[in-house]
Design a binder for this molecule. Sequence first.
Ligand code: PLP
Length: 388
Amino acid sequence: HPSARISGITPHGKDGWEIHFAAMARRQAGDDILMLSVGDHDFDTPSATVEACIAAARAGHHHYTQLAGLPSLRAAMARVAGEAAGIATTADEVIATPGGQLALFAAVQATLDPGDHAVMISPYYATYPGTFRAAGAEFTVVEARADDGFEPRADAISAALRDNTRAVLINTPNNPTGAVYSRQCLEGIAELCRQHDLWLISDEVYWTLPGGKTHLSPRALPGMAERTLVVNSMSKSHGMTGWRIGWLTGPADLIARLVSLNLVTTYGLNDFVSRAAIQALDNAWGIDEIAERYATRRRAFLEAVRGIEGITVRGSEGGMYVMLDISGIDLDCERFAWRFLESERVAVMPGLSFGEAASGHVRISLCQSEEVLREATERLRRFVASYG
Ligand code: PLP
């Protein structure tokens, strides 16, 4: 039988993704389902990136790379990370990973021993609990309240700290809520981390989608560069989800230690994908177009949804998702999602999949065309009216 360590990562099986899998199965069987459940773009990677990858493969870049990533890739990632945070960043403060998920895994492995404790914020990205469990770490979930625009309060985080707390994990712009944390919120969290000598793991994979705001990274706050680990990725920013390329930024001595994790897990990244990634980073391929596309979709969707009685929206400033407050309708979030799928053929995620704080909500992904989103809004209007 499998080890307790592996079985313990997702002890509840599919962990809230049942609706998504059911919708996928119906779609594959030919049913016309609008898939607003996952966060993967409906468009392809920019063609310049694809061409760069083909050229690199043709040029013979078929070999192992340095374990921490090609030096020129790390340099490009450091430059982008530095610009995103507004703080000088060197290549030795960056380690390349196959996607942000592995960067997150590395950050948790690097900062928590079995039995150590961490704090994370709910609603959260669905892989967070499993990532802590894989490290044998304990964690407390602190709720960010809808009334606060889904921004966590520093005093709530403070109340969750224990003697063995080593790290706090935050995510801004946020999945699933779309909240973009204010400077005041980040300063409060940074203050706690300095006071209690904690690591701050900051998941910033949506850094190019901060809504109307400017992206703020807590790494740039006073005294934080030495205790912040930033999870980053080209999946969302550069339209490269399936390429699996991301990185972790942090203090050079900790990053150097993480080379040993790459040694025993990935043994480095794909050579020709790395070469294409360098060019995509250097030329910012796709960034502005993708950001503009999501901003337009968000505006149009929010406008359409605001006219539906019984539905309210909070948070939802940036990133790729919108949380709909459905507590005015006489259905809990899971029943709502299942019935919406059954009667209107639209797949959305029940809020509970992202933690208790999101009960009474469903998450809509903006990863579909405006036309699909418009059609989904019409179906939502009809569905809600039938419960009015
Ligand atoms: N962090 C958050 C908040 C996410 O939403 C995702 C993907 O959806 C990831 C990390 C991991 O993304 P990837 O591994 O594709 O970089």
